[in-house]
Design a protein around this ligand. Structure first.
Ligand code: ADP
Ligand code: MG
Length: 307
């Protein structure tokens, strides 16, 4: 199989666009803007060699869908760029593309093309996702205002605990659900409309709650006060915290949960059912993480950085 038969056999079925031209032509609804985001997964950095191709596919697409949700955009189409060190076998390709097809149906997005290349190195998969928002309604990290509350869309720390178990930390066992949390995050595309209607700023939690919150603060020129004890945790993660198997600091700085963090005027929190108020924005700069007594909790590591 060469790359042309690969595209025809495995990637064309993912796409309503005829994958024979140099580029795709996409229409977007009148009065809308295009929101574009890319995320890359590299073997060795984001997944281990020999990882389940379905897991790789789900994660590669979902992290991009999460970025669109954080901007308040609805999914439209994505480009799939892959560098293979050797042509993968058909079992791998079947599993990889079946997982993409399932997520396309689940999240309402289609493949509009991509690029297939060879690499003298590990597998690399880069997806560029495109979404649409009514013109002028995209939400950035830069709009948080003093007086806004800080909302998180769901429990955090699960992916961190799953990763600890995968890396076989001694005495650390967790449920399948937490393992899945690292491989198959649930992008909050369901919140995109509420985000664009009611949030002043939003970010998805990919690097870690505190790190991603500091991105909002920097971009918005405000200070955030995070009440550490109010951050929602799943029952299983609560047990791990109580037993001392994980620290609150690592739950607040571990990444990969893909929940949304949002700055919302207090009167609009009811538009985010299932979300929790975990702090507020004030005049100033930086992130203050405090316990129930208002004592500052200091952080060695705020979140993941590549370099
Ligand atoms: P070029 O040589 O101009 O880069 P390609 O042969 O890479 O053209 O691409 C031909 C067509 O196949 C294009 O429509 C492109 O979008 C599509 N394509 C290539 N690789 C992929 C991929 N990994 N997934 C989906 N479509 C792809
Ligand atoms: Mg190409």
């Amino acid at each position: 199989m060469n790359e042309f038969s690969l595209i025809e056999r495995y990637f064309q079925p993912l796409s309503p666009v005829l994958l024979k031209d140099d580029a795709a032509v996409l229409s977007i609804p009148a009065g809308h803007e295009l929101v574009v985001s890319s995320d890359t997964l590299n073997e060795g950095t984001h997944f281990i060699a020999g990882a389940d191709p379905a897991d790789i596919a789900h994660k590669a697409l979902r992290v991009n869908l999460s970025d669109l949700a954080a901007m308040g955009a609805d999914p439209l189409a994505y480009q799939l760029n892959i560098a293979f060190s050797a042509m993968p076998d058909e079992i791998w390709l079947e599993a990889f593309t079946a997982a993409l097809a399932a997520d396309q149906a689940a999240f309402g997005i289609f493949c509009s093309g991509g690029d297939t290349t060879s690499i003298k190195g590990p597998l690399s998969i880069s997806i560029t996702a495109m979404g649409v928002v009514p013109a002028g309604q995209a939400v950035t990290r830069g709009g948080a205002e003093p007086g806004d509350v800080l909302l998180v869309s769901g429990p955090v720390g699960g992916a961190f605990c799953g990763l600890q178990a995968l890396q076989r930390q001694p005495g650390f066992t967790v449920s399948e659900a937490l393992i899945e949390a690292c491989y198959r995050p649930c992008p909050r595309t369901d919140l995109a409309e509420a985000v664009r209607m009611y949030a002043h700023a939003a970010v998805d939690i990919s690097d870690g709650l505190v790190a991603d919150l500091s991105h909002i603060c920097e971009a918005s020129g405000v200070k955030a006060v995070l009440e550490a004890e109010t951050v929602p945790l799943s029952e299983e993660v609560k047990v791990l915290l109580r037993s001392g198997a994980v620290s609150r600091e690592s739950l607040l700085s571990g990444g990969d949960d893909y929940q949304l963090l949002m700055a919302v005027p207090p009167q609009h929190t009811q538009h985010f059912p299932g979300s929790t108020v975990i702090g507020r924005f004030e005049e100033g700069a930086g992130v203050r993480v405090q316990d129930v007594d208002g004592q500052v909790l200091s952080f060695k590591e705020k979140g993941w950085t590549h370099f």
